[in-house]
Design a protein around this ligand. Structure first.
Ligand code: ATP
Length: 496
């Protein structure tokens, strides 16, 4: 992860928020290349889930919603995380993220207790076994459980994962919604929340969409937008932030067809990540255990990615049943049902919700693209080439125009090529770079994942009016006439 954090800053992908003031925890700024990458991800998601489907429409709902929304959705009552503090080092943790490894020796010997915030349970097991070996003790068994689930009588003996002092508090529930006030008076009646998910904007607009768009079941609403959660322990770079973007779908179906649609969406969403080049061996599906399910869900499967800190959620796909429409009908007094022509009945549709994070997807695509390769450096030596092997749809810069050197003969033609590509490769970012040696400029483009470099040399201006296209991954070079450059690049970038 450290390499990605450093590359992201050095090359203008992601900066710490308000860095000059010491930073704002859990908030991140996307730099000039980061905003392109994230926009490309959101655009690819929108294209695949709205534009290319006959059964989806889009929405952009407000962040500030009527506060009753959050009572109906259950967020006021249930949107809590268990929090635990260390009295010794003052560190704060999410209690369900503190894993406790318990080595049981026999019923009358106190267990060996170790804790960790690393999600790899095997590492914790091994550490407990090692501790037992060091003390010449024979373990009966080792169990790993979250701090908030272990037998309360053992809690005061659990060492803090940070300072190892057994000084952790009891878990306390903490509501994650940010509060603010509408209007000039800070009183309870004026209190609203920053939305913790985009989903509710789609539920409260269900009737508006059905009526205005004359929709029949099954159909879905898609939305991309900011969400805010006062996370207890933001971290792992942008993985867990307090302000982030979601890409969510609420897909409304007839009850009884929900399980089938759930499976279809799981398959579709998994395929989407692979279609954009994500390594399939670093993706997996994890169905939730029944005791892990959210209060509204009949079933949930997470798409997980193998992040540097272990397998972690990239997207959750839940069967939310008729919970949300039912709740909003009850709380608002407005009927949110659907008239089924075939049966002549009013029904409350079931909902399948594929809920992805734009920032987690951006981080996963960045990590997945990162490669270090040994390449020849002349004189029989090699050097390390860092290359982001982005799918061309996602690459922030699609083409870089590089004159062989900064030279008065080359510059006019190179600038002309640059101007042509900027306007004719519509909606694609093209860069121009003529500083330092050509080798260094190739490396710079490799490091930001530019799929193609176009080099203008003396042959171009003196002889053949052609340029060299260099492909990022193979580093293969091809000579193409300037007149054919736009169609050639469009084809290579899959823009037709
Ligand atoms: P976690 O268990 O990691 O807290 P969650 O199950 O609460 O996540 P959901 O409520 O299902 O997450 O949100 C849907 C998606 O929104 C997640 O899969 C993730 O991609 C994104 N997301 C949720 N919380 C955050 C966050 N704090 N920072 C960045 N992305 C987030």
């Amino acid at each position: 992860m450290d390499k990605i954090v450093s590359l992201a800053k050095r090359r203008g992908f992601i900066f710490q928020s308000s860095e000059i003031y010491g930073g704002q925890g859990g908030a991140w700024d996307y730099g000039p290349l980061g905003v392109e990458l994230k926009n490309n991800i959101k655009r690819a998601w929108w294209r695949s889930n709205v534009l290319e489907r006959p059964d989806m429409v889009g929405l952009d709902a407000a962040i500030l919603m009527h506060p009753r929304t959050w009572e109906a959705s259950g967020h006021v009552g249930h949107f809590t995380d268990p929090m635990v503090d260390c009295r010794a080092c003052q560190h704060r943790f999410r209690a369900d993220h503190v894993l406790v490894g318990m080595g049981v020796i026999s019923p009358d010997v106190p267990p060996i207790l170790l804790s960790s915030t690393d999600s790899e349970t095997d590492k914790l097991r091994l550490a407990v076994e090692k501790r037992a070996r060091d003390r010449h003790l024979t373990l009966d068994h080792v169990q790993v459980e979250a701090y908030n689930s272990i037998d309360p009588s053992n809690r005061d003996k659990v060492p803090c994962p940070e300072c190892e002092t057994p000084a952790l508090t009891e878990p306390r529930l903490f509501n994650l919604m940010f509060k603010t006030f509408v209007g000039p008076v800070e009183e309870d009646a004026a209190q609203v929340y920053l939305r913790p998910e985009t989903a509710q904007g789609m539920f409260v607009n269900f009737a508006n969409v059905v009526t205005s768009m004359r929709r029949k079941l099954p159909f879905g609403i898609a939305q991309v937008g900011k969400a805010f959660r006062n996370e207890i322990t933001p971290g792992n770079f942008t993985f867990r932030s307090r302000e982030f973007e979601q890409m969510e779908i609420e897909f409304f179906v007839k009850p009884g067809t929900d399980d089938e649609w759930h499976q279809r969406w799981i398959a579709d969403r998994l395929a989407w990540y692979s279609s954009l080049g994500m390594d399939a061996t670093r993706l997996r599906l994890r169905p939730h255990d029944p005791d892990e399910l959210a209060h509204y869900a009949k079933g949930t499967s997470d798409i997980e990615y193998l992040f540097p800190m272990g397998w972690s959620e990239l997207e959750g796909i839940a069967n939310r049943t008729d919970f949300d429409l039912g709740q909003h009908s009850e709380f608002s007094g407005q009927k949110l049902t659907y008239f089924d022509d075939e049966t002549g009945e009013h029904i409350t549709p079931y909902v399948i919700e594929p809920s992805a994070g734009a920032d987690r997807a951006t981080l996963a695509f960045l990590l997945d693209a990162y490669h270090e390769e040994e390449v020849p450096a002349g004189g029989g030596k090699t050097e390390t080439r860092v290359v982001l092997k982005f799918h061309s749809t996602l690459a922030p810069v699609k083409v870089a125009v590089l004159p062989l050197s900064r030279n008065e003969k080359l510059t006019p033609t190179a600038q002309e090529v640059y101007a042509t590509l900027r306007t004719r490769l519509r909606d694609q970012l093209v860069q121009y770079d003529d500083s330092q040696s050509i080798g260094r400029r190739y490396r710079r483009q490799d490091e930001i994942g530019t799929p193609f470099c176009v080099t203008v040399d003396f042959e171009t201006v003196e002889n053949d009016h052609a340029v060299t296209i260099r492909e990022r991954d193979s580093m293969a070079q091809e000579r193409v006439a300037i007149a054919d450059l736009v169609p050639a690049l469009r084809e290579k970038l899959g823009l037709e």
